[in-house]
Design a binder for this molecule. Structure first.
Ligand code: COA
Length: 179
């Protein structure tokens, strides 16, 4: 199993036992509102569907402190890789998203032969855009995007992180892996 270890967090691939924690975290409307592709309300079965979808992906992780506090993944789409993440609300504001995403990005740049990883966020998601800025992502444009959780189109910022820029900011690509 691909386990990543950071100073404060452990990241591992999602498992069936995570369904309840994932559903609980995303059921919070303040989390769901910022995620483009989750239904609202969000229940265990939605978490199961997500688990099935990401089962074969190589850089998708649950984030653990003493328990599961969120998820982060570099998702494989035809022709591009995309960073996504969420944290349970009680754990916001302590730098965990940036720390977890940095580990996942490092791993992804090792695993995939890609020059860039894209991401983005709703324009009103200042915290997420700040996370991406801290990781080296740069804005490449804005456009309306369907947000299932809001049942409407939302103006979204698209961002991009190049391998070169990530390495310039954070140094050589080394992940600490427990296994
Ligand atoms: C976005 C999210 C992952 C951030 O998690 P986090 O662990 O709190 O993020 P970090 O602590 O690593 O960094 C947050 C940064 O945003 C800043 N920030 C927080 N709220 C802000 C706001 N309203 N305006 C501007 N900056 C803000 C913080 O100060 C921090 O920056 P700093 O380190 O320079 O002080 C979390 O809020 C979340 O899960 N939100 C709901 C789901 C979501 O938005 N997912 C991403 C979809 S694109």
């Amino acid at each position: 199993m691909d386990i990543l270890v950071t100073k404060r967090l452990t990241l591992r691939p999602p498992l069936e036992v995570d369904v309840d924690d994932i559903a609980l975290g995303i059921a919070n409307p303040r989390v769901a509102k910022m995620l483009g592709s989750v239904p609202q309300p969000y229940a265990q079965n939605d978490a199961r569907i997500w688990l099935d979808k990401v089962r074969k992906e190589r850089c998708v992780y649950t984030i653990h402190l003493h328990r599961l506090i969120g998820c982060v993944g570099v998702h494989e789409h035809p022709g591009h890789l995309e960073l996504g993440y969420w944290l349970a609300e009680p754990d916001w504001g302590r730098g965990y998203a940036t720390e977890a995403a940095r580990a996942a990005l490092t791993r992804a740049f090792c695993v995939f032969d890609a020059d860039e990883i894209v991401s983005g966020a709703a324009v009103d998601n200042r915290a997420s855009l700040r996370v991406q800025e801290k990781l080296g992502f740069e804005e490449i444009g804005q456009r309306p995007r369907r947000f299932l959780s809001r049942e409407t189109d939302v103006n979204a910022v698209n961002t991009r992180l190049t391998r070169d820029r990530f390495q310039r900011l954070f140094g050589p690509l080394e992940t600490e892996r427990a296994a």
